[in-house]
Design a protein around this ligand. Structure first.
Ligand code: LLP
Length: 420
């Protein structure tokens, strides 16, 4: 068996599962997302090991990457799912996840979505307001189908991550304010067709200081213990996702420290736990391969213009995110400092700024690393650009997992009005 993940061979060419990335780019074209199933499996198994001493289930946060083959592979490994729309629900079902393993999260479930999820016996709704509870209660009573309800708590914790992905502070739209949790939880017990099943928390994504997890989980546990002490049933706690991963080196996510926190707090408790990892299961299992179109040099700057753009990977623009970028074959030992940019007509269309990289020329291929999560899912057709091709390498073979999109496909989604 070859190495897990993307690695350099004896010629220093980038490979995955014994296959040269250059041959995959030649076969499928660029821009091209490549996912390594062996790394997904390794990450899943490590997570499983992390929680093996508590009663817990993994619900993959499909928002990280909702390609059917990716959901389906995690499902095959044993994962349930965490979803935030009925579209994601349908993708999970199509990929083989039973609704009984699907947690419906999200601050804005609309009434139609609630009805479909209820009729299909979704495992639970993680709700974020009393208003949402009222809507669910009205629908579940009308349908006479009981809804399992978990309250997502807003613990007012700022976990020192990028502002746009920090979700546990009271100014954000997420969760129920601490002071209202108990009264709403008690109300759950008075409603017909509502089954209270617990409390949940998710304070954000890309978190490295795990004291914030500890604080949030401790808050949750104390609330739950108190409710139980007062005679309310609180069988489950949902601990969300958010474990940080390293984009600038190959250090693995710190599951060891995470395990310690979970064990410290929950080893001897009765709570059934759920975990919603997204990024830490899939981010490192993806690369985006792009072709150099040309170098452009001005008096002040060097630009490497490539055929991937912010419509394929918006993270650098949106979150100032860093992704390693490297030639898949090293053809020059000279280093340059350049902005690596796409063809889109926006100054914000960049993949890296002032990046030191080995000199490259037109038609060379670059790998943009760690693009398994929140990359292809956030794509668009801006500038009438078609989607990148996506493949998965499984058991040392490559499989295309999405149809290649053509400009014709994009045009065919639209209708032209008849103007007299
Ligand atoms: N559970 C809930 C309720 C969430 O909102 C999220 C992520 C997760 C679990 C999974 O978190 P993870 O383990 O992946 O950190 N587009 C952004 C990330 C947005 C995260 C949204 N919520 C990015 O590219 O960094």
């Amino acid at each position: 068996m070859s190495q897990i993940g993307f690695y350099r061979d004896e010629n220093y060419d980038l490979n995955v599962q014994g296959i040269k990335i250059s041959s995959l780019a030649e076969k499928y074209g660029t821009p091209l997302f490549i996912y390594d199933a062996s790394l997904m499996k390794e990450r899943y198994n490590v997570f499983l090991d992390t929680i093996k001493e508590v009663k817990g289930n993994i619900h993959y946060a499909v928002k990280a990457n909702d390609a059917l083959s990716i959901i389906s592979y995690f499902a095959k490994l044993g994962c349930g799912a965490d979803i935030v729309s009925i579209g994601e629900f349908e993708k999970c079902v199509a990929a083989g996840i039973s609704p009984k393993k699907i947690i419906f999260s999200g601050v804005g479930k609309d009434k139609d979505e609630i009805e479909i999820a209820l009729k299909n016996n979704v495992l639970q709704f993680n709700i974020e307001s009393e208003e949402e509870l009222n809507d669910i209660s009205e629908i579940s009573s009308r349908l006479k189908i009981t809804a399992n309800i978990c309250l997502r708590v807003n613990p007012d914790i700022a976990p020192k991550t990028h502002k746009k992905i920090s979700t546990g502070e009271k100014e954000t739209k997420f969760g129920i304010d601490l002071q209202n949790v108990k009264s709403i939880y008690k109300k759950l017990h008075q409603l017909e067709y509502i089954n209270p099943i617990g409390l949940g928390v998710h304070i954000g994504s890309q978190i490295f200081d795990f004291n914030f997890f500890y604080q949030a989980y401790l808050n949750l546990k104390e609330l739950a213990d108190d409710l139980k002490f007062n005679g309310y049933k609180v069988p489950t706690l949902d601990l969300g996702g958010g474990i940080g991963i390293h984009y600038n080196n190959s250090i693995k996510p710190d599951f060891v420290s995470y395990k310690k926190i979970v064990l410290d707090l929950f080893k001897d408790s009765d709570y059934q736990l759920s975990f919603e990892p997204g990024r830490s299961l899939i981010a490192e299992a993806g690369v985006l391969i792009t072709k150099v179109i040309r170098n452009k040099k001005t008096k002040d700057k060097h630009f490497i213009i490539v055929d991937a753009a912010m419509n394929n990977l918006i993270r650098p623009t949106l979150y100032d995110a860093y992704h390693e970028i490297e030639p898949i074959k090293i053809t020059s030992i000279n280093k340059v400092v350049a902005d690596i940019v796409g063809p889109i007509c926006e100054t914000g269309d960049f993949l890296a700024l002032d990046r030191e990289i080995n000199e490259v020329k037109g038609n060379d291929l670059l790998a943009i690393r760690t693009t398994g999560a929140y990359s292809s899912v956030m794509r668009s057709n801006y500038n009438a650009r078609k989607d990148a091709i996506e493949i998965m390498v499984y058991n040392e073979k490559d499989f295309q997992i999405k149809k290649s999109e053509t400009i014709k496909d994009i045009i065919s989604k639209e209708k032209i009005i008849k103007f007299d």
